[in-house]
Design a protein around this ligand. Structure first.
Ligand code: SF4
Length: 322
């Protein structure tokens, strides 16, 4: 097994048991995204592929840390030599910072609303980036919603204004208003990610109460005009109950607009804690649709400089040199 098949098999498992000498310096803990609130994550790389695993004592994948990041991954017949990658903040090579933890919304697949609410101060965020600025290539910003969407946007804009001093490309992913693309563009942000999350309007209506799917689509369209093709992204979760055809249609809707979809395998938490992650076979089938749609639209994931498309730890990303 190699390439995409291998990565799909590992992503389908998603959890790893760490053995060997202490690997604490390589463990990232998150307050946003798929690992929010868990026992932390590690990033294993064999030189070409990067995979993020949630740390779990019962994980079926074993990563044997041999010291100083050198590692061997074992899963059934699979044995890979590689490394545990050093993490900037949250993921390798980037300071990916959650401004406000916790959220006033209650999307059924997300456990961020269950986490304690806390907002980082601008000084705190500045100091976090200052501490690692020599070993990162990008800054990425995300946030829950502390009070309301407009107030959050104002606060994130203040954060971005401050972080511009570092001279690194900045990517931002927040719950948008109609004004978000132009405001962020005006602040020099390089890339944006506004998440559609669900492949169909029906799933969205049931799983994301209080959110407006049409608004997200409008904002994505505007963003492509400002930030350019290859620099606007949208996460769509695979495994919320959509069919393959529905996911294919959603991918094509996004790529036709010039948006790169990030197809994120379901992390079975919150309201989906009894569900399974999508299997490797389904991930590969959807990755085939994804690749075809990107090619047809002339989009190239290798041009991304921030956030998940640059990181690639959680997803099969067409264009990754596997
Ligand atoms: S792909 Fe995105 S969510 Fe996953 S580890 Fe990388 S930056 Fe974080």
């Amino acid at each position: 097994m190699h390439g995409q098949e291998l990565k799909a098999a590992l992503l389908a498992v998603g959890k790893a048991r760490l053995t060997g000498p202490d690997a604490t310096p390589y463990i990232s803990s998150s307050t946003a995204g798929p690992g929010a609130g868990g026992e932390g994550s590690v990033f294993f790389s064999n030189g070409s592929m990067r995979v993020r695993f949630a740390c779990s004592e019962t994980g079926p994948v074993e990563i044997i840390h041999a010291g100083e990041g050198a590692a061997i991954l074992r899963y059934g017949e699979i044995e890979l030599s590689g490394r545990l990658e050093p993490v900037g903040l949250h993921c390798p090579e980037q300071a990916y910072i959650t401004v406000s933890s916790g959220c006033i919304f209650n999307c059924r697949y997300c456990n961020v609303p269950l986490l304690p609410k806390r907002r980082k101060s601008i000084e705190e965020i500045h100091a976090m980036v200052e501490g690692i600025k020599d070993r990162i290539v990008a800054i990425s910003i995300t946030s829950g919603v502390f009070f309301d969407i407009s107030e959050e946007e104002d606060y994130v804009c203040r954060v971005v204004r401050d972080l511009a001093q570092f001279g690194l490309p900045i990517g931002v992913s927040i719950y948008p208003t109609e004004e978000t693309p132009s405001r962020l563009y005006g602040l020099g942000v390089k890339e944006v990610k506004f998440n559609l999350e669900c492949a169909t309007p029906e799933l969205f209506a049931g799983l994301c109460p209080g959110h407006d799917r049409d608004l997200i689509l409008r904002v994505l369209r505007k963003s492509v005009l400002l930030f350019g093709r290859d620099h606007v992204f949208s996460n769509v979760i695979l495994g919320l109950g959509e069919t393959d055809e529905e996911m294919d249609a959603c991918i094509r809707e996004l790529t036709t607009m010039g948006v790169i979809p990030v197809i994120r395998p379901l992390n079975p938490i919150a309201g989906f804690s009894g569900s399974n992650r999508p299997g490797a076979e389904r991930m590969l089938k959807i990755a085939g649709y994804h690749e075809k749609a990107l090619q047809k639209a002339g989009l190239d994931t290798r041009n991304a400089t921030t956030m998940c498309v640059r990181c690639r730890g959680c997803d099969l990303v067409p264009g990754e040199p596997l």
